[in-house]
Ligand binder design. Structure first.
Ligand SMILES: Cc1cc2nc3c(=O)[nH]c(=O)nc-3n(C[C@H](O)[C@H](O)[C@H](O)COP(=O)(O)OP(=O)(O)OC[C@H]3O[C@@H](n4cnc5c(N)ncnc54)[C@H](O)[C@@H]3O)c2cc1C
Length: 379
């Protein structure tokens, strides 16, 4: 009989973004795993996509072309609000405005869609509607949507992980996974390149988002086709006329303004200008290296000029900073903009799973999946 490999941990989670941190804390506190290790290449948790995003707690409105994503947002939002209460900001008015031209939905279709997903929607009062150019905006509505403070989420997660006894291995990068008897070995190195080591666990979860396919092993790659984008979110100071507002123009090559509580600021993003480069995932291109090597010239002026056609007062917004990050999405959702999670296991490497989080709130779809798995842990 082959001997069982002694384990360094019940589970190793690779990637300390929102997904990896929540998964590690769940395994330790909900599933009774005594030894959980979280490996993160940055020196702190949540420094990548979980920080540099639009901070929107989705409530369905954004997805008129993907009923499933809209519906899941409606289901997940109340749970997210309860669990992360002190990180959720609701002290702003959220306006969805429908463009007259080039929009994939009309105002009437948007109203019907919101009714279908049972999302509250009111016609914007004249005082708000008049902010928009009536030649380009068909109608403006008030919606119920919130934003999250990713700094606060990080603090809450750090406390949770400490309480749950999760061991953090910061500044370490997983490079490969290997099959052992009833276990998985994770090979890693310190990011300063000084040390290499490996650890063995019964279960390994790769939650590295843009880095999902960079960890080599007998499993090969994700079965799903992934697309990476180098994105620019611009932090702006809103002019007085727009203070206290979040604004999204639907549904096509338009823009969004959302509060960004982690910096007490607002983001400006634009469907046409926020993605600087995009490519289909291939082993030949490391997304993190691509981001490092890109010239970071801002497209703020293009974003602002186009947004001001619809919302003239935004022309007085003041540029603060650009957040460049990699956004990873499923190619299959190119057409409908849906953001499901991807949870994959591999027959070549039992005990190893990869998890791609589409957006922050559908962490609960991952937890739902994990709830159905029975884990064997060492005594
Ligand atoms: C521009 C943009 C706007 C977005 N807007 C929104 C929004 O408004 N609302 C919303 O809900 N979602 C939004 N998203 C999506 C959301 O940000 C992601 O779904 C979410 O952050 C994914 O979390 P994660 O933990 O999987 O990824 P990440 O936060 O990127 O975490 C992955 C971690 O893995 C680490 N890592 C990578 N490789 C390795 C390795 N080999 N070894 C060790 N560590 C490794 C990374 O350093 C990183 O910390 C947006 C994303 C982007 C980029």
């Amino acid at each position: 009989m082959p001997e069982t490999m002694p384990l360094d941990a019940d589970a190793i989670v690779i990637g300390g973004g929102f997904y990896g941190a929540v998964v590690a804390s769940y395994l330790a506190s909900e599933r009774g795993m005594a030894r959980v290790i979280l490996i993160e290449r940055e020196s702190r948790l949540m420094q990548r996509a979980s920080f540099s995003n639009q901070a929107r707690v989705h409530n369905g409105y954004h997805y008129p072309r993907s009923f499933t994503t809209a519906y899941r947002s409606r289901v997940n939002l109340p749970r997210f609000m309860r669990e992360w209460d002190s990180a959720v900001h609701s002290d702003f008015l959220k306006v969805y405005a429908i463009a007259r031209r080039n929009s994939k939905v009309t105002a009437a279709q948007f109203v019907r869609f919101c009714r279908t997903i049972d999302a509250p929607l009111e016609l914007a009062p004249a005082s708000l509607a008049k902010l928009f150019n009536p030649h380009l905006i068909e109608r403006a509505f008030i919606a119920q949507e919130y934003s999250f403070d990713s700094e606060r989420l990080r603090q809450l997660l750090e406390t949770r992980l400490a309480r749950a006894g999760v061991h953090l291995s910061m500044g370490h990068e997983a490079t490969a996974v290997q099959r052992e008897i009833d276990a998985v070995r994770v090979c890693m190195r310190s990011v300063d390149g000084r040390t290499t080591t490996s650890m063995v666990a019964g279960h390994v979860f790769n939650c590295t988002y843009a880095g999902l396919n960079l960890i080599s092993g007998p499993h090969g790659h994700s079965h799903a086709s992934l697309k990476h984008e180098i994105t620019e979110m611009v932090l702006i100071k809103l002019p007085p006329a727009l203070e206290g507002l979040g604004i999204t123009v639907m549904d096509g090559p338009f823009f969004s303004v959302m509060p960004f509580p982690a910096r007490r600021s607002s983001t400006l993003s634009h469907v046409r200008y926020t993605p600087h480069t995009a490519w289909i995932d291939t082993p030949a291109r490391n997304p993190y290296a691509e981001l490092e090597s890109q010239a970071r010239s801002s497209r703020f002026n293009y974003m602002l000029r186009d947004a001001a056609r619809y919302l003239p007062s935004i022309s007085k917004a003041v540029y603060q900073q650009s957040l460049f990050e990699i956004k990873t999405v499923l190619v299959k959702n190119e057409g409908d903009d849906g953001r499901p999670i991807l949870f994959e296991s591999y027959p070549q490497l039992p005990g190893y799973s990869t998890i791609l989080g589409g957006k922050i709130d559908n962490i609960y779809d991952v937890i739902g999946h994990l709830d159905m798995i029975s884990f064997h842990t060492s005594p």
